[in-house]
Design a protein around this ligand. Sequence first.
Ligand code: UDP
Ligand code: MN
Length: 261
Amino acid sequence: MSEAWITLATNDRYAQGALTLLNSLHSSGTNRKIHCLITNEISTSVRQELEAKFDEVTVVDVFNSNDSDNLALIGRPDLGVTFTKFHCWRLTQYTKAVFLDADTMVIRNSDELFERPDFSAAADIGWPDMFNSGVFVFSPSLETYRALVALATSSGSFDGGDQGLLNEYFSNWRDLPSAHRLPFIYNMTAGEFYSYAAAYRKYGAQTKIVHFIGAEKPWSSNTREIGIHKSEHYQQWHTFSQQKFSPTKKVQEPRSSQVSH
Ligand code: UDP
Ligand code: MN
């Protein structure tokens, strides 16, 4: 039995996110491997840094939806490349894996996620009957990979990105048993809806994984203009990004000897 965290960076900007995510995972004391998917667009020096720090790095081909119409609808012309994410289903050396977007950070140990069934994800804040594809638990499978590629080629994604296609493929997610629905604390996205501020004040301390959704990322230069540089999670991201690399020894205990959390 082998289990791993998996992320993706197709360029040097998102690689900054992946490296910060890696530091946050080390700080959380995880005993699972951490694996990064990259593409050839990454520069040589950044690739070497990723290879030195991650437990595994795999170079994959860029897979792009090239669907400018639907991407314009969500205002994110950059997201076609997120189809590259589907390569994570090919990592069949793992029986169970957790995919994390490069714009997430783990602020408290979340290793219990590996006990969740294939396929598990948290609700999207824009349309909570669908899941957000930035954090999900899955079992790698070539069959699923091929089915996703076939669906991408035949019908495409309704939002032009990976989230639309994955929700199309796992279209029964909303009606699955509750174990498949991850609590919001595993994919906490700051919201502007009026109920958010008070809920965050009450429950925010329970947050385990923060997700910086949207076009502005903590590594973008204009975060000051839009005001997010003041948020505590943004500052925490910067602390993790500057942290010295200190790998933890990965000794994964057999499932039977794990006590419940
Ligand atoms: N991604 C990437 N390069 C890109 C765009 C996206 O590597 O140019 C990867 C990265 O892992 C990223 C994920 O795809 O976290 C999903 O994109 P993003 O997080 O920007 O989408 P959002 O969460 O804002 O919807
Ligand atoms: Mn994201």
